[in-house]
Design a protein around this ligand. Structure first.
Ligand code: RP5
Length: 165
């Protein structure tokens, strides 16, 4: 139980292209993970079993991605005190606004930390930031990640300046 672990759950395997970007970041930070397809609507019993057992399995944070009437993150959050980060997936004719509102508008008492539509990268990074409270070695890796990001922007700035000025 002494290593960081994130459970990543999606409502359908059609969410995998979006979720995959979160998995890449978790791998980059060396975070252990469970990856599951569980539907709040089609397999509600699995959702209950998964969420009620999460703490005992050593899961520190749950990332839940869902589209349309996106109830998965809220349902999981109702069943465990392990923090849940919701990714609204742009999977319908409504450009993901339906998913966003379904996930973000939780009633008081059962929070879900909601990222942007298809915001997988930020879901993973937020999970790592939460984990860093318990596993301080992750803090330096987060700082290194941000420095690399800033260096990339500076490099792009040089390239654009040279080309267009
Ligand atoms: C949601 O409905 C899933 O999370 C997915 O985003 C959306 C469509 O699912 P499929 O019909 O592709 O299985 O439950």
């Amino acid at each position: 139980m002494n290593s960081p672990k994130v459970a990543v759950v999606m409502g359908s395997d059609s969410d995998l292209p979006v979720v995959g970007r979160a998995l890449e970041i978790l791998d980059k930070f060396g975070i252990g993970k469970e990856v599951r397809v569980i539907s709040a609507h089609r397999t509600p019993g699995m959702a209950v079993e998964f969420a009620e057992g999460a703490e005992a399995r050593g899961v520190d944070v749950i990332i839940a991605a869902a589209g349309k009437a996106a109830h998965l993150p809220g349902v999981l959050a109702a069943l465990t005190t392990v923090p849940v980060i919701g990714i609204p997936v742009k999977s319908s004719t409504m450009d993901g606004l339906d998913s966003l509102l379904s996930i973000v508008q939780m009633p008081k008492g059962i929070p879900v930390a909601t990222v942007a539509i298809d915001g997988s990268e930020n879901a993973a990074l937020l999970a790592v930031q939460i984990l860093s409270l318990k596993y301080p070695e992750l803090r330096q890796r987060l700082k290194d990640y941000r420095k690399q990001m800033a260096d990339d922007v500076k490099q792009k700035d040089l390239e654009v300046r040279d080309k267009l000025t």
